[in-house]
Write a protein that binds this ligand. Structure first.
Ligand code: GLN
Length: 194
């Protein structure tokens, strides 16, 4: 099993370290040959518009999109969640996503007041997780078949921040930044190795 972390922009090294700690071979990927050769993909946190634009200019966009839609196990954190969404709310004008995850995602959802924050969450199948949010999205609506694994309560409403649909996992927060690799381990054991 070889995992690739899309290495166009974002916190690539942190994901590779977390995956290596889970005992999987993970490499940065940025060419079509590398992307064709992997058994699983991680889309890092960073800036979703930049990652999408770079993927277009390096002619990787359609390949990545096709591989995800054809069943490549994929995990996206934060910007990665945005890139996996089939639909965006408050995206940049003309912003494109690889898609594959049948949800509507609100970009920069938490607003200026709580732009970045940390909280403890209950993550189904993992347990209590300390979650770091940095200008994070949330999942606005889900289609049937999308499992909500964790949510955040704001002003009495519950907003999903971790979801799974078959071979795709997405989190609004950054487990790669906390040194706790249990979310990566969930991806490896429940999706990649299933
Ligand atoms: N707000 C960023 C975006 O739209 C995501 C931030 C992050 O990945 N920490 O891409």
């Amino acid at each position: 099993m070889k995992l690739g972390v899309l290495a166009l922009q974002g916190d690539v090294r942190e994901h590779i370290a977390a995956l290596n700690e889970c005992g999987v071979d993970a490499i940065p990927v940025r060419t079509s040959g590398e992307i064709r050769g992997i058994d699983g993909l991680v889309l890092p946190g960073g800036e979703s518009t930049t990652i999408a634009k770079l993927a277009r200019s390096f002619d990787l966009f359609d390949l990545i999109s096709d591989r995800i839609r054809e069943g490549l196990p994929t995990y996206g954190s934060c910007a990665g969640m945005i890139l996996l969404a089939n639909e965006l709310v408050d995206g940049a004008i003309g912003q494109q996503t690889f898609g594959g995850l049948d949800v509507k995602v609100r970009r920069n959802a938490f607003g200026r007041q709580v732009d970045s924050f940390e909280t403890d969450l209950s993550f189904q199948g993992v347990g209590s997780v300390h979650a770091v949010f940095i200008r994070a999205p949330w999942v606005e609506t889900t289609s049937p078949g999308v499992q909500i694994l964790a949510s955040v309560e704001i002003d009495g409403s519950s907003h999903p921040v971790a979801v799974r649909q078959n071979h795709i996992l997405a989190t609004s927060f950054h487990p790669e930044l906390t040194g706790d690799n249990r979310v990566h381990r969930y991806f490896v054991t429940e999706i990649l190795n299933k």
